[in-house]
Design a protein around this ligand. Structure first.
Ligand code: KG4
Ligand code: ZN
Length: 342
């Protein structure tokens, strides 16, 4: 008998519900993005995100079940992100999950968002626990986190490196703002970097002898370079020279990606990992994907970009393995905006 888990994700600005069969088979992955709404403000406005989740939840649920070809009665458990993330946003998802679990009389599975990002690797057609096998060296890089996590088994994590200031995604978003690009910044920086000649270079913060990251220095260095090149701040009516924007964007992307790849490889070597996993929105970055695959002597699992950015399917996949271990939550489960992993 197959097990179908519904996964609900509302930790930030995507209202997302996925359905996954037996932890590996993607049956539905519906995502209502609020990007257009928040891009007007240049970042996610928490209050707006919460209200938008309330509006989107029911239609996204209906679409997700329709895409999966399942009725609610065929769902075996309801998984939901309960942290880390924005409090008001998390509450919408958790309350929906509680209502469904109660009405259907099915288990409620509270999921750590970062753990969910790692489990997107199980939706790639691979079975990472068998091939390459544990331990796995995981980089979860998103708008709020840049964590190196050693996954020693299902549900077993050690946080061995993290950012000391900005998260990688946050740095991409801030750099994009300086360059006059839209929100979220990562995809824009990637797009405008194409065709760069490599004539600009920004520093790398190696923070020797640690697996921690720091991205605030490169962000400030880019701001200074943008000022020097005369594209920040722009005068009224002035548009930034596209070639300068391209070179700065590429230099920024290269600096951030090089440090992440190097530290992930160092971690894998130090902890004798059998394989690498990328997850989180920044793992959608083409240069990061390409460089990790190119430089790694170990097998690398990188989910397709749509499963790297926030989605409900990864929450459902993670929920399945939690369910298999007999872990479930009561209806008194509360959100935890700063829930740690490892
Ligand atoms: O995981 P995610 O969707 O949401 C959070 O949990 O934060 O990650 C969002 C972050 C944003 O900062 C966005 O700029 C970044 O992921 N991102 C990218 C790319 N696509 C999304 N960063 C670099 N390159 C990309 N292609
Ligand atoms: Zn995320």
């Amino acid at each position: 008998m197959s097990v179908n888990i519904l996964g609900i994700e509302t930790s930030c600005d995507e209202t997302a519900i996925g359905v996954v069969e037996d932890g590996r088979k993607l049956r539905a992955n519906v995502i209502a993005s609020q990007v257009d709404i928040h891009s007007r403000y240049g970042g996610v406005v928490p209050e707006v995100a919460s209200r938008q989740h309330v509006l989107e939840m029911a239609p996204v649920l209906e679409k997700s079940l329709a895409a999966a070809g399942l009725g609610l009665e065929q769902i075996d458990a309801v998984a939901v992100t309960y942290g880390p993330g924005l409090a008001g946003a998390l509450i919408s998802g958790l309350n929906t999950a509680k209502g469904l679990a109660l009405a259907l009389d099915k288990p409620l599975l509270g999921i750590n968002h970062l753990e969910g990002h790692i489990y997107a690797a199980w939706l790639t057609g691979q079975q990472p626990e068998d091939s390459p096998g544990f331990p796995l060296a995981c980089l979860v890089a998103s708008g709020g986190h840049t964590d190196l996590i050693l996954m020693e088994g299902h549900g077993q994590y050690r946080l061995v490196g993290r950012t000391r200031d900005d998260a990688a995604g946050e740095a991409f978003d801030k750099a994009a703002r300086v360059l006059g690009l839209g929100f979220p910044g990562g995809p824009h920086i990637q797009r405008v970097s194409q065709g760069a000649t490599g004539q600009e270079r920004l520093p790398r913060a190696w923070l020797k002898d640690t697996l921690d990251f720091s991205f605030s220095g490169v962000k400030t260095a880019m701001l200074h370079l943008a000022q020097e090149r005369g594209i920040y701040p722009l005068k009224k009516g002035q548009t930034a020279d596209a070639a300068i924007v391209r070179e700065l964007a590429a230099a920024f992307q290269e600096s951030v990606v090089e440090v992440m790849v190097r530290k992930l490889l160092d971690m894998a070597e130090h902890y004798k990992a059998k394989g690498l996993v990328l997850g989180g929105g920044v793992a959608a970055n083409a240069l990061l994907r390409q460089e990790t695959a190119r430089c790694s002597p170990l097998p690398v699992i990188i989910p397709p970009p749509i499963l790297c950015t926030d989605n409900g399917a990864m929450i459902a996949a993670c929920g399945y393995f939690q369910f298999q271990r007999g872990l479930q939550h009561g209806l008194d489960l509360d959100i935890d905006p700063s829930l740690p992993l490892g």
